[in-house]
Design a protein around this ligand. Structure first.
Ligand code: NDP
Ligand SMILES: N[C@@H](C=O)C(=O)O
Length: 277
């Protein structure tokens, strides 16, 4: 993927000054690595208090200290497996116990598996669906009422350029991100009369721990830098009108727009070749 700074779905006329999140509270899932860390830094830098969630609590605490020192915001951390059946109940109980009201939710935690579906560990596929889809739906449902009532925050769901076409060798991952994209478009419409800004962020390959987990074969195109991808998202969230989908990077914007309209019989074998390289 090439420079993500050139396209964020906003016109020059839409651009406005940076939004201030002071006094609001944002949950960032998957805040122990990659894009989640950068979302936490970006929101904390604009004054948001934070609830950081992932399994590696030590990393969350290190980031929390950094953000408290740098921005004087409140940062809570919760070490939790978000693919576990009790994840939603635990997260909601944690938020209520701290007396917090949630204004923003960044549904960022997710992972992929590269390889033939037929030989992939079924337990891993189950976890992938529970995290990439189940947690996104459940957390959104849990916090959407207070987020729409507040009208001061954002709902960002991490989709992917993988959302725009079937992805052989990452069949489950591509389908989960297709779900996230359409789910988010629908929610953006349903909440259009509230102040909540709702968007699906669609990065291409980005230099994070993602490929350590998915396997390097998962990558298509050049790497983007995580902080730049998040900067693209933050700019689109600053705009007077936030689009319900943000594709990071001009090249990705063009290829995803083409992939979306091509017949599946054409785009699927092309994607299969790219994924097998
Ligand atoms: N990097 C890329 O090329 C792209 C990434 N994306 C999407 O962006 C999002 C972030 O990915 P990225 O930052 O790249 O990946 P990373 O692997 O760097 O980070 C993933 C984060 O998710 C957390 N996570 C994973 N599994 C669980 C779990 N079961 N419970 C709680 N937290 C979990 C990890 O924390 P921990 O291990 O501590 O639990 C980590 O904080 C994902 O949804 C991904 O699909 C989309 C397009 C491209
Ligand atoms: N879009 C990335 C994953 O989601 C990739 O290019 O692999």
């Amino acid at each position: 993927m090439h420079s993500p700074t050139t396209h964020d779905g906003t016109s020059r006329r839409d651009r406005s000054t940076m939004r201030d999140y002071t006094g609001t509270t944002a949950i960032v899932t998957g805040a122990s690595a990659g894009l989640g860390v950068e979302f936490a830094r970006a929101l904390g830098g604009r004054g948001a208090n934070l609830v950081l969630v992932a399994r590696r609590g030590d990393r969350l605490e290190t980031l929390a200290e950094e953000l408290r020192d740098a921005h004087a915001v409140d940062v809570h951390t919760l070490a939790l497996d978000l693919a576990s059946p009790e994840a939603t109940e635990t997260l909601v109980a944690f938020v209520r116990e701290k007396g917090l009201t949630i204004d923003s939710l960044i549904n960022n935690a997710g992972f992929a598996t590269h390889g033939e579906f037929i030989t992939t560990d079924p337990a891993r596929l189950d976890e992938e669906v529970r995290l990439n889809v189940g947690a996104v739906v459940a957390f959104t449902r849990a916090f959407l009422p207070e987020m729409t009532a507040s009208g001061r925050g954002v709902l960002v769901n991490l989709a992917s350029t993988a959302a725009f076409q079937p992805v052989p060798l990452m069949a489950v991952y591509g389908a989960t991100k297709g779900f996230v994209l359409d789910f988010t478009h629908a929610l953006a419409y349903e909440t259009r009369h509230t102040g909540l800004r709702v968007t699906a962020l669609c990065p291409g390959a980005t230099k994070t721990e993602f490929f350590d987990i998915a396997g390097d074969g998962a990558r298509v195109g050049d790497f983007a830098v995580p902080s730049e991808v998040v900067a693209v998202a933050m700019r689109a969230l600053d705009a007077r009108r936030t689009p319900s989908k943000i594709v990071a990077g001009a090249k990705n914007s063009i290829s995803s727009a083409i992939a979306r309209v091509l017949p599946r019989g054409l785009v699927t074998p092309v994607t299969a070749r790219l994924m097998a390289e």
